[in-house]
Write a protein that binds this ligand. Structure first.
Ligand SMILES: [Zn+2]
Length: 412
């Protein structure tokens, strides 16, 4: 596949140059741009706030090295990037995961994005169409959402194969426990779990049993747009679950797949919570990458009341690493958001620090406060006395809670 891309890339460059020489400079530039579009977009969209390379105290670094670090959300396989070597763009690759001492990285699969809710949802208003076309991706991914899922999965499979055992898929409780054991023996291995960002991808042969068999263990009901399953926090309708969404939630429960409420409208979150209260759902809920409205009142963030209700299901709330998930794009804003959420959940009678994690949204076309190599800075920030968190509590937030959650909730 890579050689096909290289040929297409060369043709685009030659075609562009020839068009420029024939007196069509704008068209020529556009065609030539296609050869480096994915690289350029990756470089411009997935950025890190400067200051990540500040040294941290030896004591915090040592503590970080002993922790199980885990991240609930990253769109790594959306990009054409060699994940085996350290890249100067994007947020995640194997060397940077190693540097960050990451034990478990979620790889999430986004597939469609119509930026403005006011635009009609046609193929040319979908940014993924333009991304696929401009990146010279294989033509089925220009129009087909399931083809985009399959392409990202093939990138993940190639990464796992190329790593020769350094990256292992985690699908069951047993595989999770094996991962933890191997890391405790200082083996050089990182676990990867699969999540789907938006159930709109379920068509064309993709359904919940297929997701379960392919190893998806987390599914977000909506992403950026309202769908037949329910409404998005970024949509127009702001309604709740549709009948198809209720059926989807029941099927996910049946197949031991965790429901992710990130990007869902407040009404949809309420409907899922209602299904939980009425006993139709029993598995704990997840919000994989969000901020908290009480700290930053943005439409993508969960309200304080709903955060408490999600945690009360035994659930987990992953705080993102970028603004406006955070009130500002810096590490202190992450610390403040976490400290606020701990107090909020404690005041509601829950043990707050047991329900909080990090869902970075690395490689999700956002500017994050660190990249995967910068995890020690997160630990160092949370250990600062101002947040009032003990070492045990910090250890839970940076990965321990994710470990406990999935060891409890993965299929045996
Ligand atoms: Zn997202």
């Amino acid at each position: 596949m890579n050689s096909v891309f290289r040929v297409a890339q060369l043709c685009a460059v030659l075609g562009g140059v020839s068009l420029i020489m024939q007196g069509f400079p704008v068209l020529g530039l556009c065609v030539a741009l296609m050869a480096c579009w994915n690289w350029l977009l990756d470089r411009l969209a997935n950025r890190v706030v400067p200051g990540i390379d500040k040294p941290i105290a030896v004591e915090s670094a040592r503590f970080h090295d002993g922790c199980f670090i885990a991240d609930l959300h990253a769109d790594v396989c959306l990009w054409r990037r060699d994940l085996m070597r350290r890249n100067c763009r994007g947020h995640v690759d194997l060397p940077r995961l190693h540097e960050g001492n990451v034990a478990l990285q979620f790889v999430t699969v986004p597939t469609k994005l119509v930026l403005s809710a006011r635009l009609p949802r046609l193929f040319f208003t979908d940014l993924f169409f333009w991304g696929a076309l401009m990146s010279l991706q294989r033509p089925d991914t220009w129009f087909s959402v399931p083809a985009r899922v399959r392409l990202q999965l093939s990138r993940l499979d190639r990464w796992v194969a190329a790593s020769e055992g350094k990256i292992e898929m985690v699908r069951t409780r047993g595989e999770f426990i094996t991962l933890e054991d191997r890391r405790q023996r200082n083996e050089d291995v990182i676990g990867v779990m699969l999540g789907l960002e938006g159930a709109h991808a379920l068509r064309g042969g993709l359904d919940v049993p297929w997701l379960a068999a392919r190893g998806f263990r987390v599914v977000g009901i909506t992403h950026f747009n309202d769908t037949r399953f329910g409404d998005s926090a970024h949509g127009v309708r702001m309604g709740g679950l549709k009948p198809a969404g209720r059926e989807l939630a029941r099927q996910l429960e049946m197949h031991s797949i965790t429901i992710d409420l990130a990007h869902a409208s407040a009404a949809l979150i309420e409907d899922i919570l209602e299904m939980h209260r009425e006993g139709e759902l029993s598995r704990p809920l997840l919000v994989s990458h969000t901020g908290i409205k009480g700290v930053c009142d943005h439409r993508r963030n969960i309200s304080d009341r709903q955060a408490v209700a999600v945690a009360a299901t035994g659930g987990l709330i992953g705080i993102t690493l970028f603004a406006p998930g955070l009130p500002r794009a810096d590490l202190a804003a992450l610390g403040e958001s976490i400290a606020y959420l701990v107090r909020l959940l404690d005041d509601a009678g829950l043990e707050g620090t047991r329900h909080i994690a990090i869902g970075s949204d690395f490689d999700g076309a956002v500017r994050t406060v660190v990249d995967a190599a910068g995890w020690p800075s997160i630990t160092a920030e949370l250990l600062k006395s101002g947040y009032g968190l003990s070492r045990e509590q910090v250890e839970l937030i940076i990965g321990g809670n994710i470990r406990n959650f999935f060891i409890q909730n993965l299929p045996a």
